[in-house]
Design a protein around this ligand. Structure first.
Ligand code: SF4
Length: 212
């Protein structure tokens, strides 16, 4: 049975509005297009800080390109209101986390390890920084499993003492809105998830399209 994560998220919004509080949330950001909608959606309820921790993205030029697009979007949309934290890029962290799973196609166990790596780092930073909640933009993508993200995120959150915001941001036309915002702000929209394995898979998809 699937969990209504979008409904759970809205229930948190309603409770916060009733209590009249505006908690601090550390939001793991994978890229500017996904963050465009998610920040728009969460900003009315939370004091947001973005956490661009993505050692999965390769090569470094791609990592820097996605980071600079994120900074540009946040500046243009929010001025100085939302800070962005970017820990140093260390691809070895990712490669050792997915060691032995390199050949598993996108959407499988390799990705689940990649989610864990990024969520754990975000939750640790949130706990250290005294944030009330943490979450990730990842569920915006139709290729990402929101229930697995919720399971991993909640488990890590309980372990480290910081609440994971239940969410499936692709719902309520979230993905569609991110495409609109990307167009509006002229954001770079990559056609692969981030790791070299996903880049190779995207290349095969492109070749099949052009030859079919
Ligand atoms: S496809 Fe994306 S989520 Fe999966 S391992 Fe690669 S970078 Fe991580």
């Amino acid at each position: 049975m699937s969990i209504d994560l979008s409904g759970k998220c809205e229930a948190v919004f309603a409770a916060l509005s009733d209590e009249g509080v505006r908690p601090r949330l550390l939001l793991h950001s994978c890229c500017a297009p996904c963050s465009s909608y998610v920040t728009e959606y969460l900003d009315p309820y939370f004091d947001l800080t973005l956490f661009f921790f993505n050692p999965n993205i390769s090569p470094e030029e791609e990592f820097l390109k996605r980071y600079s697009e994120l900074i540009r979007f946040v500046d243009e949309r929010f001025g100085g209101k939302i800070a962005v934290i970017c820990p140093p890029w260390d691809p070895e962290e990712y490669l050792s986390a997915v060691s032995g799973l390199e050949d598993i196609p996108e959407g499988g166990e390799r990705c689940f390890r990649c989610y864990s790596l990024r969520l754990e780092a975000t939750a640790r930073a949130a706990a250290e920084g005294g944030f009330d909640y943490y979450c990730t933009t990842l569920s915006l993508s139709p290729y990402k499993n929101a229930e697995v993200l919720y399971e991993i995120g909640s488990h890590i959150g309980e372990k480290l003492g910081v609440r994971y915001l239940p969410s499936d941001f692709k719902k309520k036309d979230g993905y569609k809105r991110s495409v609109e915002l990307s167009r509006e702000y002229g954001l770079y929209r990559q056609d692969f998830c981030g790791c070299t394995f996903s880049e190779a898979e995207a290349k095969i998809r492109r070749e099949r399209k052009t030859s079919g």
